[in-house]
Design a protein around this ligand. Structure first.
Ligand code: G6P
Length: 622
C-alpha cells in the first residue's frame, strides 16, 4: 500500500516525481506529498490531501519546487486519517504544524508499509525529547533514524540498519539526509521497491511502471537491504553495513502497455486485453499442443506425488482459487482446499505430507499472501506461485513460479490478471490430471484445444458489450444485487459480485444458489436484482429453481448462460448468452459480461472506475 518514488540527478526532481507518482496512484490516493532538495538548502516539503492532481496544482505541476533530488509519496491511510498532517513525507525535526514548507530537519522520509511496534518506539523517542506532529508510524520511523544518526554519528547507512533492527513490520523507506544533498537512502523489508539508473541520474519507486519512461535498467533491492542512491550510481548494504552486489535487470516489456491507449478507463482497456492476456499466458505454457511447465521447475515426480493442494490468495485471486478447486478436483482427483491468505497465515492447519501450496497473486506483493507463502514453506510444503509481476517478492520466494502474462494491470479492479490466472490454473489442472493418469492423452488434447479457443470466444463476448451497457443503465440505481450459482458458477458469482460492489458501491453478495433459502432469501424484495450464473448443465435446473424462488418474492432476474444450450428467456427478465466451451473452463467466459456490467454500472453512476474509494490495487499491509 502507498507508493513511493525518488529521483536524484541533473533534472528538476519535482515534475519527474509527480509523473512517477501518477503511475503509482493505484497504490493509494488518500493524500500525496513531495520533498525536494536544492543543493545544500533545506528540504522543501509540500503535501496535499486527496488525489495527486491536488498536489500537482499546489506545486504548479512541480515547477514551484526547485531542486534535483527529491522523494514523493501517494498514501493509502493506515495509521492516522487522510489529512495533510499525516501525509508523507515526514520529517525528523520537532516542528509545529504539519511538517511542510522548508523544514529544519536532518532526516526527511517516505514510507510504504506498517511499523507494528511504533507505539513502543514512539514512547522511547518521547523519552529522548522528540515531539510528534502526526499520528503516523512513518514519523516514528524517520525520527528513530534521526535518533541513531545523531547518537552514534555513524552515517546514514548505519543509522538506517540500526533502525531496521528495532522496527517490526514491513516497510519500504526512502530517506534524505540534510548532510547528503544529492543522495537518497532506501531500505526495504517485505514491501516492494526498485531502483533504476540512467546517465548521471537515479530513480526509486515502488514498482517498475513508475519509472519505465525514464529507464529500463533496474535493481531489485533485496529484503533487509539498504541502498545509497546517488546520480547514476547505487550501492547496496546488508544489515551489518557490508556492501552487497545486486545484478542489474533490463526491463524488456513495453511502457505503452501501462497507458490507457484510447480507452476511457484502464479497466475497460484491461477488459479488452483479456484475449491477449489469456492467449499469451496459454502460449507460454502450452507449446505445440503439449503442456510445458519446465519454466516453473515443477518436476513430474512432484506432480505425481502430490496428495493435497492448498490454494491461498486474497480478493479476486482467491476467487480464481475457488474456481480452480472445482477444475482440479474434477479433472485430477486431488483434494483441494482454498483459503484466504489472511486466515491461512494464522491457522494451525496440519500439513499433510506432499502438500503443494499454490499462492495466486497478481502483484506478487500482497502482504497476507506473502506471509501465507512463508508459513507454508516453514511447515515444509512445496510451493508454487502463480504471479503476474516478474521479480516480485512472492515470485522470488516460492519454490516454483508460473508467470501469468497479463502485462501491467493498473485499474484497481482486476480483470485481465484474473483471466490469466484462471487459464494458468486450468492448464495446471490438465497437467496434474495427465501426470496422474486421470485423463488420457486424447482427452487432454481435447481440453487444451478448448482452452486455445477461449481468447476468440472472449472477443465475441466483448463484441456484444452494448447490451450490457444498456442493461447497466437500467440497474444503476439498484440498492442490492445477489449473484447466485452452484459449483463453478458459484465461484464465478463471487467474482461478479466483488467486481460490482468494489466499483459501483452497490451492495452485492454472492451466494451458492442452494444456500439462499437458509436466510438470505429474506432480503429479496420487489425488484431486487438476482443474477444467476448458469453454465453447468447438471446444476442448471437447480439454480433456475432457486431463481424462481426469488422471482416469486419479487426478484428481478438476469441469467447468464450458454448459446443454444439452455433457454432461460421465458423465466428471467434479461438473458446474456455466451459461447459454449468445456464446462470446466466456463469461468473464463461467464466472468466477462459480469466485468462489463460492473464497469458500465460504475460509469453510469458517475464514479471513479479505476480508483474506487478506500481501495488500493496492491495491499502490502496486513
Ligand atoms: C486487492 C485488489 C484485488 C486483488 C487483491 C489481491 O484487493 O484490489 O483486485 O485481487 O488485492 O491482490 P494480488 O496482487 O495478490 O492478486
Amino acid at each position: 500500500m502507498c507508493g513511493i518514488v525518488g529521483y536524484t540527478g541533473r533534472r528538476q526532481a519535482a515534475p519527474i516525481l509527480l509523473d512517477s507518482l501518477s503511475r503509482l496512484e493505484y497504490r493509494g490516493y488518500d493524500s500525496a506529498g513531495l520533498a525536494v532538495r536544492n543543493g545544500t538548502a533545506l528540504a522543501e516539503v509540500v503535501k496535499a490531501t486527496g488525489k495527486l492532481y491536488h498536489l500537482a496544482d499546489k506545486t504548479d505541476q512541480g515547477r514551484a519546487l526547485a531542486g534535483c533530488c527529491g522523494i514523493g509519496h501517494t498514501r493509502w491511510a493506515t495509521h492516522g486519517d487522510p489529512s495533510v498532517v499525516n501525509a508523507h513525507p515526514h520529517v525528523s525535526g520537532n516542528c509545529s504544524g504539519s511538517g511542510s514548507g522548508a523544514v529544519e530537519s536532518d532526516v526527511v522520509g517516505v514510507h510504504n508499509g506498517i511499523i507494528e511496534n511504533y507505539t513502543e518506539l514512539k514512547d522511547k523517542l518521547l523519552r529522548h525529547g522528540y515531539a510528534f506532529y502526526s499520528d503516523t508510524d512513518t514519523e516514528v520511523a524517520v525520527k528513530l533514524v534521526d535518533y541513531y544518526y545523531k547518537k552514534y554519528k555513524i552515517g546514514p547507512v548505519d543509522a538506517i540498519t540500526r533502525t531496521m533492527v528495532r522496527i517490526r513490520g514491513s516497510y519500504a523507506l526512502a530517506l534524505m539526509f540534510k548532510d547528503y544533498p544529492d543522495e537518497i537512502f532506501a531500505a526495504r523489508k517485505d514491501s516492494p521497491m526498485i531502483i533504476g539508473t540512467g546517465e548521471e541520474e537515479s530513480f526509486l519507486a515502488s514498482d517498475v511502471p513508475a519509472i519505465l519512461k525514464y529507464t529500463r535498467q533496474v535493481y531489485y533491492i533485496g529484503n533487509l537491504q539498504v541502498a545509497r542512491v546517488s546520480p547514476g550510481k547505487v550501492a547496496f548494504f546488508d544489515l551489518n553495513g557490508d556492501e552487497n552486489t545486486i545484478p542489474l535487470t533490463e526491463i524488456t516489456w513495453d511502457a505503452a502497455a501501462a497507458e490507457k491507449g484510447g480507452y476511457e478507463h484502464f479497466m475497460l482497456k484491461e477488459i479488452h486485453e483479456q484475449p491477449a492476456a489469456v492467449r499469451d499466458t496459454l502460449n507460454s505454457i502450452v507449446k505445440d499442443g503439449k503442456i510445458d511447465l519446465s519454466g516453473t521447475g515443477l518436476t513430474e515426480e512432484t506432480v505425481r506425488s502430490v496428495s493435497k493442494i492448498d490454494i491461498v490468495a486474497c480478493g479476486s485471486a482467491w476467487h480464481v482459487g475457488m474456481a480452480a478447486q472445482y477444475v482440479i478436483e474434477d479433472l485430477a482427483g486431488i483434494p483441494v482446499r482454498v483459503e484466504l491468505a489472511s486466515e491461512y497465515r494464522y491457522r494451525k492447519i496440519p500439513m499433510a505430507e506432499k502438500t503443494l501450496v499454490i499462492v495466486i497473486s497478481q502483484s506478487g506483493e500482497t502482504a497476507d499472501s506473502l506471509a501465507a507463502l512463508r508459513v507454508a514453506k516453514e511447515r515444509g510444503a512445496e510451493t508454487l506461485a502463480i504471479v503476474n509481476v516478474i521479480g516480485s517478492t512472492i515470485a522470488r520466494e516460492a519454490d516454483h513460479v508460473l508467470y501469468t502474462l497479463a502485462g501491467p494491470e493498473i485499474a484497481v479492479a482486476t480483470t485481465k490478471a484474473y483471466s490469466a490466472q484462471l487459464i494458468a490454473t486450468d492448464v495446471l489442472a490438465v497437467y496434474l490430471a495427465l501426470a496422474r493418469g486421470t485423463v488420457a492423452e486424447e482427452e487432454a488434447a481435447a481440453l487444451l484445444a478448448e482452452l486455445a479457443e477461449i481468447p476468440a470466444k472472449i472477443e465475441r463476448i466483448l463484441e456484444e458489450k452494448a447490451r450490457l451497457q444498456w442493461f447497466s443503465s437500467k440497474i444503476a440505481n439498484t440498492h442490492d444485487i445477489f449473484f447466485i450459482g452452484r459449483g463453478l458458477d458459484y465461484a464465478i458469482s463471487l467474482e461478479g459480485s466483488l467486481k460490482m460492489k468494489e466499483i459501483s458501491y452497490i451492495h452485492s453478495e454472492a451466494y451458492a444458489a442452494g444456500e439462499l433459502k437458509h436466510g438470505t432469501i429474506s432480503l429479496i424484495e420487489n425488484n431486487t436484482l438476482v443474477i444467476g450464473v448458469l453454465t453447468q448443465k447438471e446444476l442448471y435446473e437447480k439454480t433456475v429453481s432457486n431463481m424462481m424462488e426469488c422471482r416469486s418474492r419479487g426478484g428481478y432476474l438476469m441469467g447468464i448462460t450458454t448459446n443454444g444450450n439452455f433457454s432461460v428467456e421465458d423465466s428471467v427478465n434479461f438473458t446474456v448468452y455466451i459461447p459454449k466451451s468445456d464446462e470446466h473452463f466456463m469461468a473464463s467466459l461467464a466472468v466477462v459480461p459480469l466485468q462489463l456490467l460492473a464497469y458500465y454500472t460504475s460509469v453510469n453512476r458517475g464514479l471513479d472506475v479505476d480508483k474506487p474509494r478506500n481501495l488500493a490495487k496492491s495491499v502490502t499491509v496486513e
